[in-house]
Design a binder for this molecule. Structure first.
Ligand code: FAD
Length: 458
């Protein structure tokens, strides 16, 4: 939807095919009854990073307005963490760039995008209409299929000047290109991931933050995300190998675990809303669409999860997809008549931003996933603590709890505003992080030991 609106803003006519049904007329109905069978994570908690908010505000103002209209809230987790800095050191900081516009209830976020698309001249959305195959025309690059249209499941053919594949993490594009005589996109996957268990709550006011939005506590992580109209969510996530943690699907056990977390117990004080939702997501994948300078097909480009998706442990998929859409849409408008150039531009722009953010996001899991396994099995730290690739991120995270400057740099990275290497390259940053980390105890969120947790889970 974001790409469609961006393309229409460039003066193009866009037809969006969505296999699923249209959004209901009302946001609350979207939450209650909208069926999105193609989006497995539809009911799981979602958070829009400040970087995503900034892109939305700048490039998709109608979506931003629609988000406000559904009740999405302005929330600033940097401000919340700054209040917890020792000695009131977080007072008087300007942290406005870390504000986001979000709600934990994804159906409302999707509703906002859909209603903005509906009002955008040049965008036509056909719901319940699945793309089933590609139509090819005269090749532009010998041996590479050139796509000139799409066949729908009902047998209709739609002629296109260019196709944007935004079909999400299970996109069928690669198979369709192969069926059209091209080569499949090579996939690069880093297997790591977690099982997410989300319980929604409602109350008169949002719980006050007493710790980070996302806390690593031994073998589990806890994610507390605010929402619209007094809704919020608590998510406990864990290794797929952690069989005992599967018991948190029982609401009584879920609550017992949350209550055992001193800084989070009060997030269970609201009225639970329905059952909890669980989902595993264990891969971080990119699809190499241009291989050694040759695209798998011309006349088509992938965007968002269809190109690359991350295990959502730090909630970045929407923001990374927006970055990609914002970068690729102008390339489409500019190079639509030159498919070879469009493929080259797609690759250049993807490498320049989306690929770097994807790799950086995967780096979080490269450290956290082995830590979780070690806690689960009672093993020592799986890393050499003096390895700079591990010690650096650990020091950065810990120091952000003690020092107002480090906090701001940390939130730039966490909130998808600057890449870690960009922040660390600034004069004095590395030294300051090191000085703070070495002069303070390593920060950790309080919670039960593994043995105590296991006692809570049975
Ligand atoms: C458990 C979980 C939690 C997450 N939490 C967060 C979070 O907190 N913050 C965050 O930013 N991201 C989060 N993500 C990631 C986020 O959900 C995705 O990155 C995002 O939805 C990708 O958007 P997309 O538009 O690329 O794809 P999708 O949202 O998957 O949309 C794909 C669309 O393609 C349509 N489609 C598919 N096949 C066809 C077809 N053949 N024909 C026509 N239409 C088709 C579908 O109907 C759908 O509309 C989470 C993911 C998971 C799994």
């Amino acid at each position: 939807m974001a790409t469609a609106i961006l393309l229409a803003q460039q003066g193009l006519d866009v037809v969006v095919l969505d296999r699923d049904e249209a959004a209901p007329d009302d946001p609350e109905e979207a939450w209650e009854s909208w069926q999105r069978r193609s989006v497995g994570q539809f009911r799981l908690v979602h958070y829009v990073q400040p970087g995503g908010r900034a892109l939305m505000e700048q490039h998709l103002p109608t979506v931003f307005t629609a988000m406000e209209a559904v009740g999405a809230i302005r929330y600033n987790s940097a401000e919340a963490q700054a209040c917890l800095l020792p000695d009131g050191a977080g007072k008087d900081l300007d942290l406005s760039r870390f504000e986001t516009m979000t709600t934990c209830r994804r159906p409302l976020i999707e509703y906002a995008y859909a209603s903005a698309a509906r009002k955008t001249p040049g965008v036509e959305v056909r719901y319940g209409c699945a793309a089933a195959g590609l139509v090819t025309g005269t090749e532009v690059i010998p041996g590479v299929p050139h796509i000139t249209g799409v066949r729908t499941e009902s047998g209709e053919t739609i002629d296109t000047r260019v196709i944007v594949d935004a079909a999400g993490r299970r996109s069928p594009l690669s198979g369709m290109i192969e069926a059209a005589g091209g080569r499949q996109s090579p996939e690069h996957a880093f297997e790591s991931g977690f099982v997410y268990n989300t319980q929604y709550y409602r109350g008169a006011s949002l719980p006050e933050p007493r710790d980070d939005l996302l806390c690593a506590i031994g073998s589990i992580s806890v994610l507390t995300i605010p929402g619209d109209h007094g809704w919020w969510s608590v998510t406990l996530y864990h290794s797929p190998k952690d069989k005992l943690m599967r018991n948190v699907r029982d609401p009584k056990i879920f609550e017992r675990v949350v209550r055992a977390l001193p800084n989070h117990a009060h997030w269970a004080d609201g009225a639970p809303q329905g059952d909890s939702f669980s989902m595993a997501s264990t891969a971080n994948t990119t699809r190499e669409f241009v291989v050694d300078g040759v695209p798998c097909a011309t006349g088509v480009v992938p965007v968002g999860d269809a190109w690359g998706f991350t295990n959502p442990s730090i909630g970045r998929g929407i923001t990374l997809g927006l970055m990609h859409a914002v970068d690729i849409a102008p390339a489409i408008a500019e190079h639509m008549e030159d498919p070879r150039q469009l493929a080259a531009e797609w690759e250049r722009r993807t490498d320049e931003r989306a690929a770097r953010w994807h790799a950086s996001t995967v780096n979080f899991d490269r450290i956290r996933a082995p830590e979780v396994e070690a806690h689960l099995h009672g093993l020592p730290d799986p890393f050499d603590p003096s390895d700079p690739s591990v010690a650096g991120p650990r020091a950065f995270t810990s120091a952000s709890h003690y020092d107002p400057e480090v906090l701001q740099w940390f939130f730039e990275v966490l909130g998808c505003l600057s890449l870690p290497e960009e922040v660390m390259a600034r004069e004095g940053v590395f030294q300051r992080v090191l000085d703070v980390a070495l002069s303070t105890p390593p920060y950790s969120s309080p919670g039960p030991t593994r043995a105590e947790l296991e006692g809570l889970l049975v």
